[in-house]
Design a protein around this ligand. Structure first.
Ligand code: PMP
Length: 443
């Protein structure tokens, strides 16, 4: 009678209460949620606006099936998202992985509707995470997660710009363009008549810890997609709805994707709801073609999820939390950069808004990644956990399974006092990790 669930930390705790930026257990222990769960709880736990909206939804329309009934909350949510983010239509599912699957299928259907049935393959990047279903994992360059799965449908082939490890740090524009040009090279080799779309996370989340590409990279990718007739899919499951200090992370680069996947930011951790946004071009070709969007799941358009989505938007708007994610995140990043300059095991502190990555490096080996066996990011997460701080580990991205970073991504409304505690605990975590690594080496 086991609950199957992976344990990142050796210890495993039953949480009995969550409030704001804190998680509590029944023994009176508490943790600062410095990772918003899995980078989801953007507005903190138990926000009264969301709690009320969920409870109201339960009482009014707890469930109706989408093929016969709509519901007011989902209609309102769709209209708000489309209007705010500049898209023509939306389709709702339940998880980030499902949103990615839905985007893949929509891209394939789009080309079929246009009489180009051979355009089916989706290209993706070697450093990425798009989900844990077979289709989304097939696109993911997340080697620790791919290892035990399969057979998968192909492999990611494209480079992901990774400025920290780029050879020439001065020439970021040229570096970004060179990375993007790899897509053009592959399209020339493969024949674009077989390719439906290219998918990317505008800012890397779980698979590399807040890696921000040069703007020219994303701009050039858009240009190549246009010239070779590929749809551009932005996987904003982690970044969408404010995490990086913009409603969409693509806004940092002034680029609009054809399909956008939303997830964590939309549900803020309260209820499983995710979405795909369609540009008018994609939507119109399907709507005016077969007119059939056979993409749904049993719980698509769930009224409680929809009520959560609307309440999350209300909170983000009324409390100006996307703006706060920008300025508070900038301040937090700056403080962490100053703090980490005295920790020799930190190579870089990076990110945008409330998505901050701290890359761990071996100062005795030219700042290369620590050996994989050391599991430095997991160790850091464990140390932080024991000190009452939840962070998110990211490992296996800098080389073949090497590379460690931790992600700091608290709720956008984390109070000043909790932010100070978080910073102190990050400091303590890095010190303990460093001592532990180097003491063991001296033995
Ligand atoms: N895409 C991205 C960018 C993600 O970060 C994640 C989750 N970490 C997913 C897709 C998959 O989302 P889910 O776990 O909700 O299926």
């Amino acid at each position: 009678m086991s609950l199957i669930t992976p344990k990142v930390n050796g210890t495993y705790v039953t949480a009995t209460r969550c409030e704001g930026s804190y998680i509590f257990d029944s023994d009176g222990n508490s943790w600062i949620d410095g990772a918003s769960g899995s980078i989801a709880c953007s507005i903190g736990h138990a926000h009264p606006t969301v709690v009320k909206a969920m409870s109201d939804a339960c009482q009014h329309t707890s469930f109706v099936y989408r093929t016969q009934f709509s519901n007011p909350e989902i209609e309102r949510l769709s209209a708000r998202l489309c209007q705010k983010l500049g898209y023509a239509a939306s389709f709702f599912v339940n998880s980030g992985s499902e949103a990615v699957e839905t985007a893949i299928r929509s891209a394939q259907q789009y080309w079929r509707e246009r009489g180009k049935a051979t355009k089916t393959r989706i290209l993706s990047r070697r450093l990425s995470y798009h989900g844990s279903t077979i289709g989304s994992l097939s696109l993911s360059g997340h080697w620790p997660r791919r290892r035990l799965a399969g057979p998968l449908y192909g492999e990611p082939t494209q480079p992901t710009p990774y400025p920290y490890r780029a050879a020439n740090k001065e020439g970021m524009t040229a570096y970004g363009i060179a990375c993007a040009n790899e897509l053009e090279r592959e399209l020339q080799q493969l024949d674009a008549d077989n390719i439906a779309a290219f998918i990317l996370e505008p800012i890397i989340g779980a698979s590399g810890a807040a890696i921000v590409p040069p703007a020219e990279y994303i701009q050039r990718i858009r240009n190549i997609c246009d010239r070779y007739n590929l749809l551009l899919i932005a996987d904003e499951v982690l970044t969408g709805l404010g995490r990086t200090g913009r409603w969409l992370a693509m806004e940092h680069f002034g680029v609009k994707a054809d399909l956008v996947c939303l997830g964590k930011g939309l549900n803020a951790g309260y209820f499983p709801i995710s979405a795909v946004l369609f540009s008018s071009d994609v939507y119109d070709h399907i709507a005016n073609g077969s007119g059939s969007f056979e993409l749904g799941h049993t719980h698509s358009n769930h009224p409680i999820g929809a009520a959560v989505g609307n309440a999350v938007l209300d909170v983000l708007e009324q409390e100006q939390l996307v703006e706060r994610a920008e300025w508070h995140g900038e301040g937090l990043k700056f403080t962490l950069q100053e703090l980490c300059s005295k920790h020799t095991i930190v190579g870089e502190v990076r990110g945008e808004g409330m998505l901050i990555g701290i890359e761990l490096v071996d100062p005795t080996n030219w700042n290369n990644p620590f050996p994989v066996e050391l599991s430095a990011a997991i160790q850091a997460t464990q140390i932080a956990f024991e000190s009452g701080l939840v962070i998110y580990p990211s490992s296996g991205f800098a080389g073949v399974l090497g590379g460690d970073a931790i992600i700091i991504a608290p709720p956008f409304n984390i109070p000043e006092q909790a932010t100070k505690q978080l910073i102190d605990k990050v400091d303590g975590t890095l010190r303990t990790l460093s001592n532990s690594i180097f003491q063991k080496r001296r033995k």
